[in-house]
Design a protein around this ligand. Structure first.
Ligand SMILES: NC(=O)c1ccc[n+]([C@@H]2O[C@H](COP(=O)([O-])OP(=O)(O)OC[C@H]3O[C@@H](n4cnc5c(N)ncnc54)[C@H](OP(=O)(O)O)[C@@H]3O)[C@@H](O)[C@H]2O)c1
Length: 272
């Protein structure tokens, strides 16, 4: 991958304070982009921004790049609108939106309350909707042929492409994310906005750590056995790394990838 291919571009990463979102932010920084991170926890955002600055300084601090953070709850419309307005004021128009913020919770269907279902839809699906609406407010009504391409990448999941037991609400939300991705890809195809999804399998982040703790508590198996069980769904018998997901995202938003539109890129070692 050519370095600094995103110089001068402004990318927003929701859920960028840790896990897959932070790995995506690192890849964007390495490619020269100005990056804004969004999440709920301000202290974690500050830590993440400090790590981006260090990374930039260690690589090539001579090239000007800006890094900013905005506290947001993606499920809350007024919070999203305020965060995007503040972000534009600080870092300029948004060229790249990575809708990555999400939560996973598991329970048998009959033990999943309507409130839990709603919470998972609100963060994982309504959050993508609201952030993309906020991104869309500055899309010009008409475009010139030489206008730069914008990109939206939604971090969905293999749970957007197939079903898994005990995560019906999460699967429903992630399938919704993919439907939204495909619809917008058509709607914005002539507006120089490419809209795609990446679909990771089990990826080594806090979400997997929580799943391992859950399996351990419910079955009495040790953590290593629980991790191995999750990794077994991947034909390569390993957890995906956040950096592998970030590489796919970076490819999708890099110059030359504009014809890839409305796709769901599986990053799962061939699980799907
Ligand atoms: N790890 C996996 O196995 C896996 C597999 C497939 C897909 N995914 C998807 O990948 C994405 C990232 O997951 P991850 O594994 O990196 O999770 P993670 O390590 O738990 O990070 C989640 C990020 O989302 C933020 N977030 C959560 N709820 C939010 C809200 N309501 N508003 C704003 N930010 C919020 C968190 O920050 P705060 O808590 O501070 O808000 C954090 O930055 C999610 O959409 C997830 O569904 C993960």
């Amino acid at each position: 991958m050519t370095r600094r291919v995103l110089a001068g571009r402004h990318a927003v990463v929701t859920g960028g304070s840790r896990g897959i979102g932070l790995a995506i932010a690192n890849a964007l920084v390495d490619s020269g982009a100005n990056v804004t991170l969004m999440a709920r926890d301000a202290a974690r955002l500050d830590t993440a921004i400090a790590s981006l600055r260090l990374r930039h300084a260690a690589a090539d601090g001579s090239q000007a790049q800006s890094f900013a953070a905005a506290v947001v709850d993606v499920a809350d419309e007024s919070s999203v609108n305020a965060a995007f307005a503040a972000t534009r004021a600080a870092n300029g128009p948004i060229d790249i939106l990575i809708n990555n913020a999400g939560v996973a919770e598991s329970a048998p269907f009959t033990k999943t309350s309507a409130d839990q279902f709603q919470r998972l839809l609100d963060i994982n699906l309504r959050g993508v909707w609201l952030c993309t609406q906020a991104f869309a407010t500055e899309l010009p009504p008409s475009l010139r042929a030489d206008d730069a391409w914008r990109h939206v990448v939604n971090v969905a999941s293999t749970a957007a492409l197939k079903g898994y037991a005990y995560v019906a609400a999460y699967c429903a939300a992630k399938h919704g994310v993919l439907g939204l991705t495909r619809a917008l890809a058509h709607e914005w195809a002539r507006r120089r906005v490419a809209v795609n999804a990446v679909c990771p399998g089990y990826t080594d982040t806090d979400i997997v750590a929580a799943a391992v703790a859950n399996i351990t508590a419910k079955t009495g198996r040790d953590a290593a056995t629980a991790r191995a069980e999750l990794a077994r769904s991947n034909p390569q018998a390993q957890l995906v790394t956040p950096e592998q997901v970030a590489n796919a995202v970076l490819w999708l938003v890099s110059p030359g990838a504009e014809s890839i539109n409305g796709q769901a890129i599986s990053v799962s070692g061939g699980e799907i």
